[in-house]
Design a protein around this ligand. Structure first.
Ligand code: ADP
Ligand code: MG
Length: 574
């Protein structure tokens, strides 16, 4: 990966502002599926174990710029508190004096959360003042929210105007898994594309056309292709206006020698509802008043056979209306087949919210090579698009490029949220090797202008990075279309908060702690030796005094010890 990660700065004593994707389903005040929360744990633990304090921020749902009680992140903070076995206080608002004070009180090894970022319209508008206030909560910014990396919001893009920006471990894993598919893939490479509509997948089909050996296409979108081939599809979901486009895609595949496998038989139903009358018919005989809701058994076998030689498979989109169990046979059969293949060494990557849900329901997530936590983001990535939240992260330095280096060296330090005395070594030029003739990418500019991490904290060490020349270019080719940072005068600390909102009492110390005894103070293990955290040199021994771990363990039931096999199981356990 060509982006700097959390491993490339020294977290000791730093306050890290970390964007996570905690947009998880919540029902009756409880987290229904915590996979996104668990996915962020390696980065959070890494930072805490290495002496940082962590201010987490996320959105939840679509509150459209207003406070919506059902979109409060409190249940997430409680869940995280149980997972981390330490208090995770949450503020009542992302802004306000109370929030600022809570951030200021945070000590190394402690973690807190901001309330739902989208309670303010400024988040999605990527408003500069909002971004600046958020940035004032940290010395360093880490983005681990791959799921929102396709959105240029204040917390994904705006903050990087003010803080040095690094990728979290999840972000890194996502970028690596997906960019491998686009750049270093092992052939034969097959893409299974399904889902409701062609319109949502045209970008992926076109971008993968010269990369895959085989397309396997099912789901509602297959109908438009079937019509392009001269069939009729009855009442099935069809995008008539895209039939011509579908025909062109079929032509392109034929000309490029790409296998394009469509269903030969389908399950048709009188209604697309549970319990509806249904039968299997060949695609040449779809009755006028019926809808195709799943691939048929002959298609399932043909799909499996087409996937057999594949060394790499990317799957996006269910092959039928799998939410109705009777119409989920094709999806389940292909999921199992891919899980078997993955166990036998094939690289299998699943992207897309519904496809991932289907795999989770079957308890097969652990078998796949990579399950993307980003729905829209993974799709946009596979379309070859630049994701704004990724392109603004700091680039790994490559070979120095004289021209760029000079520009960087002569730039004045830009506006800081809190003034610092001198620029830290982090701000040193990190020119990349790529295309010296090209304009510097925004990331490079951002490097040039980034303020030194404010405050008295020990200066950020210069990233200890080898001169990596990554072959992965798809991720960040273009600068993001966001406002360029303009050098401003440092803003006084007090200018930041916009709204008042007293910080609520720490979640964990309220309900959670009432239920289960949790250590009053975070417990930070001295020897970070977690599997997910790559080995690194030991951190400085200087530690803020911490209380020993609570003698009583956190109630075991609070959190499933292992990742639940499926959402349903997780729900039952709760
Ligand atoms: P993903 O979230 O994995 O990218 P999509 O959102 O594109 O997948 O598509 C998932 C939806 O497609 C599901 O809600 C499923 O019911 C629907 N779908 C699949 N096959 C059909 C079909 N034959 N007719 C109508 N809808 C379908
Ligand atoms: Mg979907």
């Amino acid at each position: 990966m060509e982006k700097l990660t959390v491993r490339e700065f020294d977290p000791q004593g730093k306050r890290v502002l970390m964007r996570v994707d905690f947009n998880v389903p919540i029902e009756d005040g409880k987290v229904k599926d915590d996979s996104r929360i668990r996915a962020s744990l390696p980065t959070i633990r890494y930072l805490l174990d290495h002496g940082a304090s962590v201010v987490l921020m996320s959105h939840l749902g679509r509150p459209k710029g207003k406070v919506v009680e059902s979109f409060r992140l409190r249940p997430v903070a409680q869940w995280l508190s149980a997972l981390l076995r330490m208090p995770v206080p949450i503020t009542g608002d992302p802004l306000g004096v109370g929030t600022r004070d809570a951030v200021a009180r945070l000590k190394p090894g402690q973690v807190m959360m901001l309330e739902n970022l989208r309670f303010h319209p400024e988040e999605e508008a990527n408003e500069d003042g909002y971004a600046k206030t958020l940035a004032s909560y940290g010395d360093v910014y880490v983005n681990d929210a791959f799921g929102t990396a396709h959105r240029a919001h204040a917390s994904t893009v705006g903050v990087t105007r003010y803080l040095p920006a690094y990728a979290g471990l999840l972000m890194e894993a996502e970028i690596n898994a997906l960019s491998n598919l686009l750049e270093q893939v092992k052939h034969p490479f097959a893409a299974v594309i399904g889902g409701a509509k062609v319109s949502g997948k045209i970008g992926v089909l076109n971008h993968l056309m010269d990369k895959v050996d085989t397309f396997v296409v099912g789901g509602g979108m297959a109908n438009t292709f079937l019509v392009a081939k001269g069939h009729t599809v009855g009442k099935s979901l069809l995008e008539r206006e895209l039939v011509e486009e579908a025909r062109q895609i079929l032509d392109k595949a034929e000309k490029s020698g790409v296998q394009f496998i469509l269903p030969t038989d389908v399950v048709v139903a009188k209604e697309v509802t549970r319990g509806a009358e249904h039968k299997i018919v060949p695609v040449t005989k779809i009755p006028n008043s019926w809808s195709a809701v799943d691939i048929g058994p002959a298609s399932t076998e043909a799909f499996k056979a087409a996937l057999d030689p594949a060394q790499t498979v990317f799957w996006n989109g269910p092959l039928g209306v799998f939410e109705v169990p009777t119409f989920g046979d094709g999806t389940r059969a292909i999921a199992r087949h891919l899980a078997d293949k993955a166990e036998n060494g094939t690289t299998v990557v699943i992207g897309g919210g519904d496809s991932v849900a289907a795999v989770e329901e079957l308890g097969l997530t652990g078998k796949m090579t990579h399950i993307s936590t980003g729905g829209g983001a993974s799709l946009e990535f596979m379309e070859g698009r630049t994701l704004p939240g990724i392109s603004v992260l700091l680039d790994k330095p490559g070979e120095p490029v004289a021209e760029v280096a000079q520009v960087v060296a002569t730039k004045p330090a830009m506006a800081k949220v809190r003034p610092t005395k001198k620029p830290t070594p982090t701000m040193k030029p990190t020119p990349t090797k790529k295309a010296p003739a090209k304009k510097p990418t925004q990331a490079k500019k951002a490097v040039a202008k980034k303020p030194a991490p404010a405050k008295k904290a020990a200066p950020v060490k210069k990233p200890v990075v080898k001169k990596t020349v990554s072959v992965k270019k798809a991720v960040v080719k273009k600068p993001v279309a966001t406002k360029r940072p303009v050098a401003k005068r440092p803003v006084a600390k007090k200018a930041a908060p916009v709204k008042k909102a007293p910080v609520k009492k720490p979640v964990a110390s309220k309900k959670a702690a009432a239920r289960k005894p949790v250590a009053k103070r975070p417990v930070v293990k001295k020897a970070p030796a977690r599997k997910s955290v790559p080995a690194r040199k030991p951190v400085a021994k200087k530690r803020v005094s911490r209380k020993p771990a609570a003698t009583k363990p956190v109630a075991k039931k609070a959190v499933p010890a292992k990742k639940p096999a499926s959402k349903k199981i997780a729900a039952r356990k709760r």
